[in-house]
Structures are given as structure tokens and as C-alpha cells.
Ligand binder design. Structure first.
Ligand SMILES: Cc1ncc(COP(=O)(O)O)c(C=O)c1O
Length: 395
């Protein structure tokens, strides 16, 4: 049989893989200044500390860590997550209500596996994180976008959608959102928790950027206002320790968590023990927050440099002013097209991600996302100068 006759599952219909990954292929040119990624800076990755911890942990508990572990997770990590969640995210939960996962990407996949049937509706912010939008699509859900403003998703519109569309789930990134960098206000966090239980909608709260705050005041999680268990909270150590360790966690009500454990059994059996033990050591030995404080210093400087230059950049009509995270979202003058201009920018040696990819329904061609964590201040200055040239020539 000709290999082209292979029949793929219908869940892949219309799914072409991440557009961002395609853009990354364009960026392999030496000297390219990339504002396109979302990775931590190389200098923020604690390789030496991880090497020391890994050696110590393997010498101490190697036979446990190198053996299969429990799907439910490495018990010490589950325990050390309890005070971390209380301290950083303001909610109480027990160790057995937490599931360590292989990056919070897996938490989203497991929630979809546990909850979504083909044709179910999932509400997302408009725009939202491409990776999880793809996960939702692979479970054949219908995405229902709700617009956001500077205070995050518009809750009045959200309530209308809950009433009319009866969605199964709301996927939301409340802090330093990807791609906008915006943070959901306190009032809206409370309101969303209330709406979830009023309408019986599961909230998948995805908060990987929270610890990367450079200014302003911390807000409690949506989950901290959830008394009935409708909010499932997803966290990650990718942005604050290392994405390569692949450690995140899901905190959810016991019934939902149990389904996710069953889903995980056939996915990867468990998250790598050594990675879980390294993250556990970061939490237990209070290594995390000093590390975060250190990396926030340079990220703040990088973000402020970019914001300052955006204010002077030709063609840029408006842009978000995040208090933390890794992204700024900008809009070009009406009629300008960030998708077409990307190639001109790449030719000059600078890249970003066109915003259209983050909108479930496309459009918004004049928007684009900028990342500042991967570039030095000097590279940001140079890259913004090149972007300014391209945009100013194409007004
Ligand atoms: C909003 C959001 N959620 C989740 C993730 C994935 O995190 P992890 O590495 O923990 O899978 C990312 C990564 O870019 C993200 O931006």
C-alpha cells in the first residue's frame, strides 16, 4: 500500500502543528535577534545548582529515584507543594489533592482527557496561549473566545457565554498572560470563581508566570476563592527553574484528580523522579525564591528597556504594560499587517510572533507578541531599532 493512504485520526483534522514552531525554523540564522520565543534566558537556568542537587540526590536516594515511581507523584514533592501553594497562591490543599505532572502542558492534556467529549465547548481568552489551544482542539472541543481588556477577561461577557453556551470548561491564564502580559483583576478573580460554581463550569487556571513579578502587588489565585472545587489549578517550574526538567503540578478536587491520575497512567506512568526530587529540594531548602529574585532583576530591566523603546517605535498604536512575566503584546496602526511585516523584519535580523496565531478565530493581523527574556538589553535596543525601521518604512 502507498504510505500516503495512511488514515490519521479525525482529531487531527484542521490541526497543522504550532505556527510558532514554524517561525522558530526561520530564526536559525546566526545573529538573528529573536523576540519570538518564550523561553527563560540561558543565564536564568541554574545548571550548577541542579548538577549539585542531582548528584547529592542520586547518591542519597538513587535506588528510589532510578526505579519506577507512583503515578500520583513523588511523595516529598507533593508535601512540599502544600506550603508553597499556600504561600504563593493563597489556597489550602492537601498533598493528595496535588498531582505532579510532566510540565503544566500535561496538566492541560489530562484535564481535557478527563472532561472533554468531542463537541464540548471550552471558553478561552481572546487571545490565548497557542499550546493549550491546540490541546483543547485535539480533544475536538469547540473553542469559544471571550475578549479581554487591561483587567483580563471581560466577566460580563463571560457570564453571558456561560448562560447561553453551557461550556464544560474555561481555560484562563490570570497572571502575566501569554500572549498579552495582562493580569486579571482581583474583582474578576472572585467573580470567575463564583460564576464557575453558579454555572457548573470547570475553570482550568494556568499560572506559570506568577513568580516573575517586577512591579505591582501580588493577587490571590482564582482557586483561593473556590469553595466547591470547580477550579483546577495548574502550576509550573518551567519559567522559574527549568523547562527541561519538565515539572509542573495540578491541584484539583479529589474526583477530578483521580481521573487525571488514571489518564496519566497511560500517558507517561509518572513524571521523572529525579526532576521531581530536584524541584522538591528547591522548595524544601528555600532555594526557589532567592533564585527567582535574582532572575527578576534582569528580566525587569529587559522588559523596561523594551517598553521604553516601544513607546518610540513607528507604526505601534498601543501595547500592554505588564507587571511581570515574559511577554508584551502590541498593536500596529489599523491596516498594517504584522504577519506580512514579519518576513521583512526577519530579513533585517529581528523576529516576533504575529498575534493572529493566538486568536482562536484568527484575524487581528495588526497585532504581535514580543518576548524580552531571551535577549540582552543591547540586543533589545538593536532589535527594536531594526523593527522601528521596518515599521516606519511601511506605515
Ligand atoms: C500560559 C502557559 N501555560 C503553560 C505553558 C507550558 O508550561 P510547561 O513547560 O510547564 O509545560 C506555557 C509555556 O510557554 C505557557 O505560556
Amino acid at each position: 500500500m502507498n504510505i500516503e493512504s495512511m488514515q490519521f485520526a479525525s482529531r487531527f483534522n484542521g490541526i497543522s502543528g504550532s505556527a510558532i514552531r514554524e517561525i522558530f525554523k526561520l530564526l536559525a540564522v546566526p545573529g538573528m535577534i529573536s523576540f519570538a520565543g518564550g523561553n527563560p534566558s540561558l543565564s536564568a537556568l541554574p545548571d550548577e545548582q541542579c548538577a549539585e542537587l542531582a548528584r547529592e540526590l542520586l547518591l542519597d536516594k538513587g535506588k528510589i529515584l532510578l526505579q519506577y515511581g507512583a503515578t500520583e507523584g513523588y511523595a516529598p514533592l507533593r508535601e512540599s507543594l502544600v506550603p508553597y501553594l499556600k504561600d504563593r497562591f493563597s489556597f489550602d490543599c492537601k498533598a493528595d489533592e496535588i498531582l505532579p505532572v510532566t510540565g503544566s502542558t500535561q496538566a492541560m492534556d489530562l484535564l481535557c482527557k478527563a472532561l472533554i467529549d468531542p463537541g464540548d465547548k471550552v471558553v478561552v481568552e481572546n487571545p490565548t496561549f497557542l499550546g493549550n489551544m491546540q490541546a483543547i482542539r485535539l480533544y475536538q472541543a469547540e473553542l469559544v473566545p471571550v475578549d479581554s481588556d487591561d483587567d483580563g477577561i471581560k466577566v460580563d461577557e463571560l457570564e453571558e457565554v456561560f448562560k447561553k453556551e453551557h461550556p464544560k470548561m474555561l481555560y484562563i491564564i490570570p497572571t502575566f498572560q501569554n500572549p498579552t502580559g495582562r493580569t486579571l483583576s482581583l474583582e474578576r478573580r472572585k467573580k470567575i470563581a463564583a460564576l464557575a460554581s453558579q454555572y457548573g463550569v470547570v475553570v482550568a487556571e494556568d499560572d506559570p508566570y506568577r513568580d516573575l513579578r517586577y512591579t505591582g502587588r501580588e493577587l490571590p489565585s482564582i482557586k483561593s476563592f473556590d469553595s466547591e472545587g470547580w477550579v483546577a489549578f495548574m502550576g509550573s517550574f518551567s519559567k522559574v527553574i527549568s523547562p527541561g526538567l519538565r515539572v509542573g503540578f495540578l491541584a484539583a478536587n479529589p474526583a477530578l484528580l483521580r481521573k487525571c491520575v488514571i489518564g496519566k497512567q497511560s500517558s507517561d506512568v509518572h513524571t521523572a523522579n529525579l526532576s521531581q526530587a530536584i524541584v522538591d529540594a528547591y522548595l524544601r531548602r528555600n532555594l526557589l525564591m532567592p533564585h527567582v529574585e535574582e532572575i527578576c532583576k534582569s528580566y525587569a530591566q529587559q522588559m523596561n528597556t523594551m517598553l521604553g523603546l516601544l513607546a518610540k517605535c513607528g507604526g505601534v498604536a498601543r501595547y500592554t504594560k505588564p507587571e511581570g512575566g515574559l511577554f508584551i503584546f502590541a498593536e500596529l496602526n489599523e491596516g498594517m499587517n504584522a504577519l506580512n511585516l514579519l518576513m521583512k523584519c526577519v530579513d533585517k535580523g529581528v523576529a516576533y510572533v504575529p498575534g493572529t496565531h493566538f486568536y482562536p478565530g484568527g484575524g487581528h493581523e495588526n497585532t504581535f507578541r514580543l518576548n524580552f527574556s531571551m535577549c540582552t538589553v543591547e540586543q533589545i535596543e538593536k532589535g527594536m531599532e531594526l523593527m522601528n525601521e521596518v515599521f516606519s518604512e511601511n506605515l
